[in-house]
Design a protein around this ligand. Structure first.
Ligand code: ARG
Length: 422
């Protein structure tokens, strides 16, 4: 890493400073790509992006605003591939219907703050009503409210009566269900519509799920032809596709259709692993969730039908995670925060280590690997020249004890301090 960093520094030294220059120093820096610690790092940031990375004493000191993180360990801001910023787990089930859509958008502002305070500087929001994730993104980008960088999916697309539909109310209640589309032409049109509205990733439901009413968690919900059309259209528009899929057949159909990430992936088998490896498909598995849902779900209003489905998938999903990782499937960190409390995203690192990853692999899944899965290697996921200065600081060594990521001391986003809890 050191050699790479120095080469990069040499390359960048001719670039002249623009706008505001920030100089960040710390005790050590985890280079997530190599897994090595670099002592006494210094990072120069211009206009929010990193222009130099080196070691204190070796890199010529630049004028600029100083952020000295003392003895803390820094690493790239974390990335969560699967959140719902406009959901509150303590308002589950029918009680959620008492709140207007504007309520969830307002709530999202608080959840965005919790998320960035937890060290997650980039999230993919894979399903929000009312285009609320776009509104949050706009407010955050204007600097009006604190929050992570958001890759918004807007509405999750789903089949009539499927996991992404709203099946709670009797049929005589008529209301808008803007994410619903059926048939190859229908899903193509829906992708175009969401793209037109500003979606930067397409999320769809390939199988039933835990929290939906009247869906079998393992059952496929779009035909192969529908999935093919949806993915083809999204890719034509330059959008990546995330498929919610628990059941084996739905997972395989999604991979065959060419999706970029499969979410949940509970009942994947060895053939699904091979298909994913061949296609380069990422798995994003929310394996912390089960603990929270089973402990708090009933109190939060989750109906018994969903708790029963959770008991079916919880352990199985973790076993699948372990087997898939062992088989060599690419993994990106996705928590499904919103189903469990926002701000607790990092709890999942411990589970990933418990189920077969080394700490550095779990950290990579939420940094350099997640950036790759997003197709955002130029922007996020590493402390490297060219990328945004999204940097978090912790007290210990997360490669020894990954739970240190649950108490992030300082968060810097684009070279600006977003949280300082030293
Ligand atoms: N949103 C997902 C669903 O409803 C959550 C699944 C949570 N359970 C789990 N074991 N990961 O299907």
């Amino acid at each position: 890493m050191k050699r790479i960093a120095l080469a990069v520094v040499a390359l960048m030294s001719s670039v002249s400073a623009s706008a505001e220059t920030v100089v960040i120093t710390a005790g050590r820096m985890l280079d997530v790509a190599s897994g090595t610690m670099i002592e006494r790092p210094i990072i120069v940031v211009e206009d929010g992006r990193i222009t130099k990375v080196g070691r204190q004493g070796e890199l010529a000191v630049t004028d600029g605003k100083r952020i000295d993180l003392g003895a803390l360990t820094i690493l790239p801001g974390l990335i969560d591939m699967h959140v719902h910023l406009t959901s509150d787990p303590t308002l589950s089930g029918m009680q959620a219907l008492a709140y207007p859509s504007s309520f969830w958008t307002v709530l999202g502002t608080a959840m965005a703050k919790r998320t960035i305070d937890a060290g997650f500087t980039t999230v993919r929001n894979v399903g929000a009503a009312d285009y609320a994730d776009l509104a949050l993104k706009m407010a955050i980008e204007r600097g009006a409210i604190p929050g992570p960088r958001i890759v918004p999916a807007t509405y999750a697309i789903g089949a009539t009566g499927g996991h992404c539909d709203s099946n709670e109310l009797p049929a005589n209640y008529v209301f808008d269900r803007p994410g619903i589309a059926d048939g190859p032409d229908g899903v193509r049109q829906k992708v175009r519509e969401l793209h037109r509205r500003g979606a930067e990733v397409i999320k769809y439901c390939a199988t039933g799920g835990v929290f939906s009413i009247g869906t079998s968690v393992g059952a496929q919900q779009y035909t192969q032809a529908e999935m093919n059309a949806l993915v083809d259209e999204a890719h034509m528009l330059g959008l990546k596709v995330a498929a919610h899929a628990h059941g084996t057949n739905g997972i395989k159909a999604a991979i065959r259709a060419g999706v970029d990430t499969v979410e949940h992936v509970s009942f994947a088998d060895a053939e699904a692993f091979e298909l994913a490896k061949k296609a380069g498909t990422w798995f994003s598995m929310d394996i912390y969730n089960d603990d929270y849902i089973l402990a708090e779900g009933a109190k939060n209003g989750v109906p018994e039908s969903s708790l029963a489905k959770e008991r079916e998938v919880g352990l199985r999903q973790r076993q699948t995670f372990q087997a898939a990782w062992k088989a060599g499937v690419k993994m990106a960190f996705g928590s499904d925060a919103g189903v469990y409390p926002h701000g607790d995203n990092a709890r999942q690192f411990g589970k990933m280590v418990e189920w077969g990853m080394t700490p550095i692999d779990a950290i990579r899944a939420a940094t350099v690997k997640a950036a790759e899965a997003l197709g955002r290697e130029a922007d996020v996921g590493q402390i490297a020249v060219g990328r945004y200065a999204d940097i978090i600081a912790v007290a210990g060594d997360p490669t020894q004890d990954v739970t240190t990521l649950r108490s992030v001391k300082v968060v810097v986003k684009g070279g600006v301090i977003a949280k300082d809890a030293r």
